[in-house]
Design a protein around this ligand. Structure first.
Ligand code: SAH
Length: 222
């Protein structure tokens, strides 16, 4: 009797690990994602830690889930696809706009030198900070603020990721991207957007469209 709760925790942990492996196989590899570093980061990060407890059993379904402040944690496929687009080698400094749950932040932290992540809702930023700290990510800085203004103090950034939908790329953010840098961003109206990978080449934007997607809106002054 004594051992039962412990046993069931262990069972849950191993079920989640199995579910995570299956998610990487079925939703990422089988759908064409190939970057071994990204796949291994996706196998490393426990998405259940970022998902509200009542949805824990859906942590490894390939779906976005509701988090606090009427926001969402992105679906694993989208997180992996956006991360792969940045082509991270490990030495980069990355600016993320829209910390949300912090799940994408953790995946970036596995693959880059430093991640600076801005979130407009203090409640989400604080919660993400706690989880990221508990998981021992020491190369992440979570900032509360309006990400459309970027974070000039840390510029220029080698890569940027905007995890909320915008009609255009905010100019202040673009200015903070290093030359040769890559920005991944969902561009378009509220109901559906196109995931764009934009490389900055001698100051000019060289965009490539990846897929249709649906993100919560970027809300800010720029
Ligand atoms: N990658 C996150 C997804 C979060 S959803 C995850 O997987 O959990 C997008 C987030 O962007 C929301 O939390 C929203 O509050 C935030 N956001 C929207 N506009 C913003 C802005 N101007 N500055 C900072 N964060 C913003």
């Amino acid at each position: 009797m004594f051992f039962r709760p412990f046993q069931s925790n262990m069972d849950t942990a191993s079920q989640l690990t199995t579910a995570r492996r299956k998610m990487v196989q079925h939703h990422l590899k089988d759908r064409g994602l190939r970057d071994p570093r990204v796949l291994s980061a996706m196998e490393q990060v426990s998405r259940e830690r970022f998902v509200p407890p009542q949805h824990e059993d859906r942590s490894y379904a390939d779906e976005a889930l509701p988090i606090a402040c009427q926001q969402t944690i992105s679906q694993p496929y989208m997180v992996a696809l956006m991360t792969e687009a940045l082509n991270l080698a490990g030495s980069e400094r990355v600016l993320e706009i829209g910390t949300g749950s912090g799940y994408q932040t953790a995946v970036l932290a596995e693959l880059a030198r430093e991640v600076i992540s801005i979130e407009r809702h203090p409640e989400l930023s604080l919660a993400a900070r706690e989880v990221l700290r508990a998981l021992n990510y020491s190369n992440v800085e979570c900032i509360v603020g309006d990400g459309t203004m970027g974070h000039a103090a840390g510029a220029p950034y080698d890569c940027m990721m905007i995890t909320a939908a915008t009609a255009t790329v905010p100019e202040l953010l673009w200015d903070q991207l290093a030359d040769g840098g890559i920005l991944v961003v969902p561009i378009g109206p509220r109901d559906v957007q196109t995931l764009q990978v934009i490389r900055k080449i001698e100051g000019a934007a060289s965009p490539k469209s990846l897929t249709a997607c649906q993100f919560v809106p970027l809300v800010g002054s720029h």
